[in-house]
Design a protein around this ligand. Structure first.
Ligand code: BT5
Length: 223
């Protein structure tokens, strides 16, 4: 896969800029003034961290699986640090969020935005504990490794399907079957046991009465 890398000084959001670039482009920036997360949330963009957006082909009905493909790629890229994944799109190190992934659909393409706290993290109060890699690796190296791993995970996904990626994702998950967790939905919070993810990537939560709740969007907390 031939990535075409475009490096910019300052942008609002690399995901926004990437929308006008062709498939297999990679947009990175030193600084983001309007970095974003899911549901219109803000991605705090501390100077020196990694902000990149990878322009992928439109996988149509398979697009929802790409969050997991990219998640596994990022965790594999940072495996020497013991990075873990938290459903649906968080990158954790020692229980702290050090990165996030944001998939956005554009006409005829899919934008995978990745933010990694390489040297520092925002200091304000966040919904989840926040951390960083402590500068133990350069952001250029992180980017290179992520791009290599995206290439190999995409190959696995295309050749073997989501089942294979799902298996890898479950090994890398910060929650393992039976772990106590809660999931915050817009109007309600449910508590129970993590029961993996299903064949569509939905989160499975076993409630106290043993029923299984399938969740398509929400915020997960380990308890
Ligand atoms: C995400 O959203 O975690 C996806 C973040 C994706 C950011 C990348 S950077 C390159 C590309 N360009 C963009 O504009 N975005 C992508 P979500 O799960 O909604 O998490 C957002 C929440 O994480 C915020 O509401 C905060 O609580 C927390 N947060 C914000 N900045 C953070 C940071 N730097 N490190 C850790 N947590 C942060």
């Amino acid at each position: 896969m031939k990535w075409q890398i475009y490096h910019l000084d300052e942008v609002d959001s690399t995901n926004e800029v990437a929308r006008s670039y062709p498939v297999f482009s990679v947009v990175t920036a030193d600084h983001q003034t309007g970095g974003r997360g899911r549901h219109g949330r803000i991605w705090e963009s501390v100077k020196g961290n990694l902000y990149l957006s990878v322009v992928l082909p439109d996988f149509k009905d398979k697009n929802p699986y790409l969050a997991f493909v990219i998640g596994v790629a990022v965790a594999d890229a940072l495996s020497e640090f013991g990075v873990r994944l938290k459903w649906p799109n968080d990158v954790l190190l020692e229980g702290k969020k050090i990165g996030g992934i944001l998939l956005e659909q554009a006409p005829d393409k899919l934008i995978a935005g990745i933010g990694i706290n390489v040297v520092g993290h925002p200091l304000g109060q966040m919904a989840y504990p926040v951390g960083d890699l402590g500068g133990r690796i350069s952001k250029l190296q992180v980017m290179q490794r992520i791009l290599d791993e995206i290439e190999s995970c995409l190959k696995i996904f295309e050749e073997k399907g989501f089942a294979n990626i799902r298996e890898k994702w479950l090994v890398l998950s910060c929650l393992q079957a039976g772990d106590q967790m809660s999931v915050r939905l817009p109007h309600q919070t449910y508590t129970g046991k993590f029961n993996g993810i299903d064949e569509n990537g939905l989160l499975l939560l076993e409630l106290e009465d043993r029923t299984i709740l399938k969740v398509s969007a929400g915020d997960v907390f380990k308890i």
